[in-house]
Structures are given as C-alpha cells and as structure tokens.
Write a protein that binds this ligand. Sequence first.
Ligand SMILES: CC(C)(COP(=O)(O)OP(=O)(O)OC[C@H]1O[C@@H](n2cnc3c(N)ncnc32)[C@H](O)[C@@H]1OP(=O)(O)O)[C@@H](O)C(=O)NCCC(=O)NCCS
Length: 244
Amino acid sequence: MKQFFKNSISIRKIKLYFKKNKRIKNNGLNNKIILIKENNQIQELKRITGLKVNINGNNNVIKIHEPYAFENCHLTINGDNHLFEVQKITNPVFSIRNTSFIMRLGNNNSIKIGKNLSMVGGYIQAEDNNTFITIGDECMFSAEILVRTSDGHAILDNQTHEVINSGKNITIGNHVWLSFKTTVLKGSKIGDDSIVATGAIVTKDYFNQKNVILAGIPAKVVKENINWNWQSIQDYERYKNGTA
Ligand SMILES: CC(C)(COP(=O)(O)OP(=O)(O)OC[C@H]1O[C@@H](n2cnc3c(N)ncnc32)[C@H](O)[C@@H]1OP(=O)(O)O)[C@@H](O)C(=O)NCCC(=O)NCCS
C-alpha cells in the first residue's frame, strides 16, 4: 500500500514536470530557438522551462540568454521573420511570470528585453508588420500590464478608406517601473529611471524625459527629478543606513 502511494506520487511529480516544461511547438521552416550560455556558447533548445512556445511560420528566431527565469509564460509566434530575445536574469529574486508574449497579425516584428526584468504578469504584443518593442535593463513590471504596438483592428478614414492606425514601435528605457494595470500603447516611449503610475495609459513619446512619474489617461508627467529602488521602503532604508 505504502509502495503504491509512493509510486503514484512520483508519477504525479513526473507528469507535473512535463506539464511545466512542455516542448516547443514548431510548425514551420528554419525557426531557430537558441540558448546563449554564460560562456557565450550557443545551444539549440527543445524546451524552455516556464515558457510555453508555439510557432506557426518560418525564419523566426528566439534567443534566450542564460540564466533565465520564466514562470507560467507563453510565447505565440504566427508569421515570418520575428525575433524574441531576452537577456539574462542574474538577480535570484527576479523572474518573468504569468506573461503572454505575442507576435502575430504580420511579419518582421521583434520583442527585445534587457537584463534583469522582473515582471508579475500581462501581455507584451508586437503586431502588424515591422514593429518592435524594446525594453531596457533592470525594469520592474507589476501585474496586468499591457504593452502593444498595434490596435489589432483597422480604423479607416471615412473619405479615403485608408487605414489611420498602423502599428508603431514602443521603447521602454532602462530601469523603468510599470505599476499595476498600466498600459503602453503604439508609438509610446518611456525614458530611463521613470515610473508609470497605476492605471495609466501611455500614448506618447516621453523618451527624453528621464526620472519622471507618468500618470493618468492619457499619461502626463506628474513629477520630475525622481528615482526608485526595487526594494521595499523598509529594506531600502535599512540598506541605506547600513543596517541591512
Ligand atoms: C506613482 C505612485 C508610485 C506614487 O508616487 P508619489 O511620488 O508618491 O506621487 P504622489 O502621490 O505625490 O502623486 C503625484 C501626483 O500624481 C497624481 N497621481 C498619483 N498616482 C496617480 C495615478 N495612478 N493616476 C493618476 N494620478 C496619479 C497625484 O494625485 C498627484 O497629483 P497632484 O500633483 O495634482 O496632487 C503611485 O501613485 C502608484 O501608482 N502606486 C502604485 C504602485 C504599484 O502598482 N505597485 C505595485 C507593486 S509593483
């Protein structure tokens, strides 16, 4: 009896392991999924722990730098010539969790993420043709974040019937904190060492304004000359006073 329970527990553990580490679905030609190791050696990947990958298309590249830390994330690639690249996460308390990365509705899009992103959850979508999302180093993204280069559906000029809402690139600088439920829409840029307040919708280019807080709908600069630290206020005070 004891042995039976022992066996069924270990079968459950094995099933859980494979569920968490599902293989990459690669439907297409010449797609490259590579790990760049700490010694710069390159290794082809068959699975990425914590990141479920589904590719339908050709000539797409996924580059993951070691060490990486995904948890319950998805990457969906439909179309051709997309690039997804994530730099290493060296801080052991950081990880990218509960996030869907999406590149579909077009070709030649890219999502490039810098070193040490800490993210609780949301959607990062580079869509339409030839759009990119660039996220700098040391960023901290909260939960329910939406970053997307496209509106997903066409808006037309009523006279000319031309599309007026084509996708536009998004750039997020180094050390940017996106608070809970923030949205970053097409064409937006956020400067280094800045914060986006909870519930804000960023729609414009603020790249040259570093060290600011953006808040509201549409987001505007509400404070200048600030910076932030990922630690809690208590931990930061202890660290600053040399008591940590
Ligand atoms: C931005 C934030 C961090 C506060 O920073 P702060 O320096 O204390 O800013 P203040 O509270 O002094 O606000 C500055 C101004 O912005 C306004 N403001 C602050 N947060 C705002 C928001 N989310 N939406 C709209 N306006 C906002 C304030 O009313 C104030 O306006 P005023 O100058 O007209 O009085 C905070 O508002 C916030 O968004 N917190 C949520 C953080 C979060 O999501 N944490 C999850 C863990 S990652």
